[in-house]
Design a protein around this ligand. Structure first.
Ligand SMILES: *Cc1c(COP(=O)(O)O)cnc(C)c1O
Length: 364
């Protein structure tokens, strides 16, 4: 190769996205309308009607650049989460927030800590800065916070925690995270990634934003991609005290969230009805998938997200068999889980189509 690139860039394994419906349709000669995609933890309800209206209304403004500071969206988030606008960073999806934290804080010679089997973007965001990754072995497929605390080195600048975690669906209780935050050195930043927060059972929910006041080293990231149904739009946000927010915004592209995305996010944030429907649909679908897996004798990880990790053995073969039936799920061998598949909760009829094909392909 003649192009000079850092070795830490050359060694990056690219992110593996869920297979797009159009690609499967082309490859297998299937009709796109008949394909069921349960591969990317997308909201099966699609976009909220409120967001659609807001997007259509915003189109006329697209000749101009977006509001770089996202004044109105920040005002709405500020009200919702009772934090000042100076504590809010807008992201092109919450993946952007994870990268902003990494780019603001990491460089060659320092390290970031995250858990085995945690979200793939933590590894990517760390690697692309040239920082060293400290990957802490999981406990029961979830984060081992004691081990993560112990793994923090003198050069550690960042710790990533996903709660609930993707792809495992595991969940950490509030007291465990509070105890962890109390022990982390104050100059080590903790990114608490709560992409699936809105799917939590009310009995498990807690207000993590209260910790922001005590911890100047905490970033909470949230997204409009999951329960709000706007994965294709790319909108997320980070909450942190002003100093950390200022640092992340120094490495942010000025127009990282489009005009249409800002308008849609404002509308979705206000759409309690859509959020409730997303939650209810997911709760029922998750129960259905999990009880079916139990009945068929498959091990699965009880999930707190909108997906389930199920142990199928020869995951490649099952994945292939499902593809042939027009159903896309997610292999997770890239996470070091070659025997497992991750299945996103779909509409009731999608869940049934999946289960029918799954029973056939696995012979249960
Ligand atoms: C889906 C997901 C995100 C959010 O991605 P967006 O960039 O907001 O679409 C963040 N963290 C985890 C753990 C996820 O699974």
């Amino acid at each position: 190769m003649s192009i000079q690139a850092p070795e830490y860039v050359r060694s990056i394994a690219p992110y593996q996205a869920g297979k797009p419906i159009s690609e499967l349709a082309r490859e297998y000669g299937l009709q796109p309308e008949r394909i069921v995609k349960l591969a990317s933890n997308e909201n099966p309800l699609g976009i909220p009607a409120s967001a659609r209206d807001a997007m259509v209304a915003a189109i006329g403004d697209l000749g101009r650049y977006p509001d770089s500071n996202g004044f109105e969206l920040k005002a709405a988030l500020s009200q919702r989460y009772a934090v000042p606008p100076e504590w809010i960073t807008l992201g092109n999806g919450s993946n952007d927030i994870l990268e902003l934290a990494a780019h603001a804080l990491l460089q060659p010679g320092v390290s970031a800590v995250y858990s085995q089997y945690s979200f793939a973007v933590y590894a990517l965001a760390t690697q692309e800065t040239g920082a060293r990754a400290i990957v802490v072995p999981a406990r029961s497929l979830g984060h081992d916070l004691d081990a993560m605390r112990a793994a923090i080195a003198a050069d550690t600048r960042l710790v990533f925690i996903a709660n609930p975690n993707n792809p495992t669906g595991t969940f950490l209780r509030a007291d465990a995270i509070a105890a962890f935050l109390a022990q982390v050195p104050r100059d080590v930043v903790v990114v608490l990634d709560e992409a699936y927060n809105e799917y939590l059972d009310p009995s498990l929910r807690f207000d993590s934003t209260l910790w922001l006041r005590e911890h100047s080293n905490l970033v909470i990231s949230r997204t409009f991609s999951k329960a709000y149904g706007l994965a294709g739009l790319r909108a997320g946000f980070g909450l942190a005290q002003a100093e950390l927010t200022d640092l992340m915004n120094r490495v942010r592209q000025p127009f990282n969230v489009s005009t249409v995305a800002q308008a849609a996010a404002i509308a979705a944030l206000d759409d309690a009805d859509f959020l409730q429907r997303s939650y209810e649909l997911n709760r029922r679908g998750l129960a259905r998938l999990q009880s079916a897996f139990a009945q068929m004798g498959f091990e699965y990880v009880p999930s707190h997200g909108n997906f389930v990790l199920v142990r199928v053995g020869d995951a490649d073969a099952v994945f292939e068999g499902l593809l042939r039936a027009g159903i896309i799920v997610r292999p997770v061998a890239n996470y070091g889980l070659p025997q497992w598949l991750r299945v996103t909760v779909g509409l009731p009829e999608e869940n049934e189509a999946f289960l029918e094909a799954f029973a056939r392909v696995t012979g249960r």
